[in-house]
Design a protein around this ligand. Structure first.
Ligand code: NAD
Length: 437
């Protein structure tokens, strides 16, 4: 088979659709293994930026893009007719929820249609976007087969979930085992072969549906466990017990326990969204995914809890939330990343503003707030941290525990710190200024 020879010799042309947090690092991995990679995106700015050797993702330096372009001939394009020349096509487009919190497959469908127009015999197509079980078989395959070409005979189709942990230097893409499942056996064989060239371990599963489900299980597991500690945080707080100390001591159990940490809510492109892809699909089978619904409910309520703790802390100081000056430290959804998608800090900002507080923010990674789909804030820039700025605030809310922050200095210069991340655990003195929420 020609595709097998091309993959084995690294002469296969790889097209990656969606140059975002998943597609760009993947392009890097394939490029560095000697494959000719073309990155496809509908965002002209991203295409331009990549072709000018410029990165737009913090943890991928521009020098890497330059190396990809100059040494390994990586190119980005918005012209999807170039898909015809590709031997392997990997889809990494977004899978958000609609306003009704239902799966929005429009990106996958549009991409599949673009591929359909350019599909030819011998190509491998792999979907990497997180989605409900059955998407590859029931949505992508029929669109591609509208060409008259048959999956498993004329082209190959598989699903392989992405397990990127942005900002975690311990696990680079090549070191993370890659689950791969095709819609038929031959598709699995070809897709497994492709990924074996670039990652250390490929985990072969019996179908695309298993691969799709495995990604959802991973994320639902996190979502449910985070909700559990969030609920316990609220209970233990009422009982005067520090949840962080409880988790630390429980984590000394050498088996059967994994630590999860509470926070101001759930953020990122995956964990707040992916579980609801399965809830939606479950309804087709007359099942209700109660764990997912319950954990969603608890996690969504967390920013409201932080606001009510802030209100009580101000109340104790005979102050009102209305008119209070609040600075939120950290807008990114987790520490040391520049990604604000679904960040609970945004919800916090919205809730504080609704209560009439005067809200600003600081985040070393988010110099200004971009246009947001769900929030309508007036244009806002990160306020530089200074003693004067901190002293002016009625409340400093630590929403994201970036490593760059000097928490001792922050507490020393603030009158009230609402700490949602236990970031102040090593701060010496001033216990009366810190409220955990
Ligand atoms: N970010 C993560 O850490 C992560 C981890 C695991 C899985 N995922 C999953 O991977 C998928 C992609 O996520 P991401 O974080 O890379 O998203 P992203 O928003 O960073 O990137 C998606 C890219 O796709 C482009 N795009 C949208 N529609 C397109 C189209 N029709 N054709 C070509 N390009 C198009 C966008 O312009 C954007 O550049 C999602 O399904 C997500 O759930 C993400």
């Amino acid at each position: 088979m020609k595709i097998v020879e091309l993959i084995k010799s690294h002469r296969a042309k790889v097209g990656i659709i969606g140059m975002g947090y998943v597609g760009l690092p993947l392009s890097k991995v394939f490029s560095f293994k000697g494959f000719a990679v073309t990155g496809f995106d509908i965002d002209k700015q991203k295409v331009l930026s990549l072709n000018n050797n410029r990165s737009y993702i913090k943890h991928i330096p521009s020098s890497v893009i330059r190396e990809m372009c100059v040494k390994y001939h990586f190119r980005a394009t918005e012209h999807f007719s170039n898909l015809k020349q590709m031997d392997a096509i990997i889809i990494c487009v977004p899978t958000p929820l609609t306003v009704m919190r239902e799966p929005d497959l429009s990106y996958i469908v549009n991409t599949a249609r673009s591929i359909r127009q350019n599909l030819r015999k011998g190509q491998l197509v792999v979907l990497e976007s997180t989605t409900y079980p059955g998407t590859t078989d029931e949505v992508v395959k029929p669109i591609l087969e509208e060409t008259g070409l048959k999956c498993g005979k004329d082209f190959y189709l598989a699903f392989s979930p992405e397990r990127e942990d942005p900002g975690n230097p311990k696990y680079s893409t090549e070191k993370i085992p890659k689950v791969v499942g095709g819609v038929n056996r031959i598709s699995t064989d070809v897709a497994v072969l492709l990924y074996e060239q670039v990652v250390l371990r490929v985990v072969r599963v019996s179908s695309a549906r298993v691969a799709e489900s495995s990604k959802l299980l991973e994320n639902i597991y996190r979502c449910v466990n985070i909700a559990l500690v969030n609920e316990l945080k609220m209970l233990f707080d009422r009982m005067g017990i520090n949840i962080w100390e409880v988790i630390e001591s429980a984590s000394t159990k050498p088996f059967g326990f994994q630590s999860f940490y509470p926070g101001p809510g759930l953020g990122g492109h995956c964990i707040p969204i992916d579980p609801f892809y399965l809830s939606w699909k479950a309804r087709q089978y007359e099942m209700v995914t109660r764990f997912i619904e319950l954990s969603g409910e608890i996690n969504i309520s967390m920013p409201y809890y932080v606001v009510s703790k802030t209100m009580s802390a101000l109340n104790e100081r005979q102050k009102l939330l209305k008119g209070a000056r609040i600075v939120i430290l950290g807008m990114a959804y987790k520490k040391d990343v520049d990604d604000i998608r679904e960040s609970p800090s945004l919800k916090l900002m919205e809730l504080f503003l609704k209560e009439g507080a005067r809200v600003t923010y600081n985040d070393p990674f988010i110099p200004s707030l971009p246009k947001l789909r769900h929030y309508k804030f007036s244009p806002l820039k990160s306020t530089p941290l200074s003693v004067k700025m901190l002293k002016k605030q009625d409340v400093v809310v630590i929403s994201t525990d970036h490593t760059a922050y000097d928490y001792q200095w922050i507490v020393q210069n603030s009158s009230l710190v609402i700490d949602t991340r236990n970031a102040t655990k090593n701060v010496r003195g001033y216990p009366e200024r810190i409220v955990r929420a």
